[in-house]
Design a protein around this ligand. Structure first.
Ligand code: SF4
Ligand code: SF4
Length: 174
């Protein structure tokens, strides 16, 4: 019987995952993740997409790709998560978790203005997820110190910004 690892795939496919958990062993968020990266990949492989979408770990992922570096089969878990997040963002699928709401709201603000717009960001998140007392306290402190602009201006090079987002989406992404 051949016990050697399969050759890594140049593109990466979740179907190549053998649940060895090496990705989770190297993930910097493994201790705090609600769902470990190997399980996210297992669920993607099974087509259990709603469970992956609802996992806070999907949205707290740092995109460091330490998992992919350690993956012996070329399943490339980091890229699989990147792709899935991008698909959800493109389809404007609202994520169930607060971390997900923050991720998409931040991306939307960035795409429109080229910089963070705290007031709109908070509005988008807190309309769907009620703020905690601590968040209200911190928000108020930021407001008092002038750290929350009511009408954050966009950067001047918005055309370049659109090109960058189109490039990130790939061919025909404009
Ligand atoms: S994604 Fe790769 S490292 Fe992670 S469990 Fe699957 S085969 Fe192992
Ligand atoms: S890319 Fe995400 S899942 Fe992979 S090791 Fe980094 S934080 Fe963990």
């Amino acid at each position: 019987m051949d016990n050697s690892c399969p050759e890594p795939s140049p593109t990466g496919e979740v179907s190549l995952c053998i649940q060895c958990r090496k990705c989770t062993a190297g993930c910097p968020l493994a201790d705090s993740a609600d769902v470990p990266v190997n399980e996210l990949i297992a669920r993607l492989k099974l087509g259990d997409l709603d469970a992956v979408r609802a996992a806070t770990a999907l949205w707290e992922c740092l995109g460091c790709h330490a998992c992919s570096t350690r993956c012996p089969t070329g399943a490339n878990p980091g890229e699989a998560l990147d792709r899935f997040r991008a698909e959800l963002a493109a389809a404007a699928k609202p994520p169930a978790s607060r971390a997900g709401a923050f991720h998409l709201a931040f991306l939307k603000t960035l795409r429109r203005k080229g910089r963070s717009d705290e007031a709109r960001l908070m509005l988008r998140i807190y309309l769907r997820h009620r703020p905690t007392r601590e968040e209200l306290r911190r928000g108020l402190a930021m407001w008092r110190k002038g750290r929350v602009r009511a009408l954050g201006k966009a950067i001047r090079a918005r055309r370049d910004l659109r090109k960058i987002f189109a490039l990130a989406r790939g061919p025909g992404g404009e």
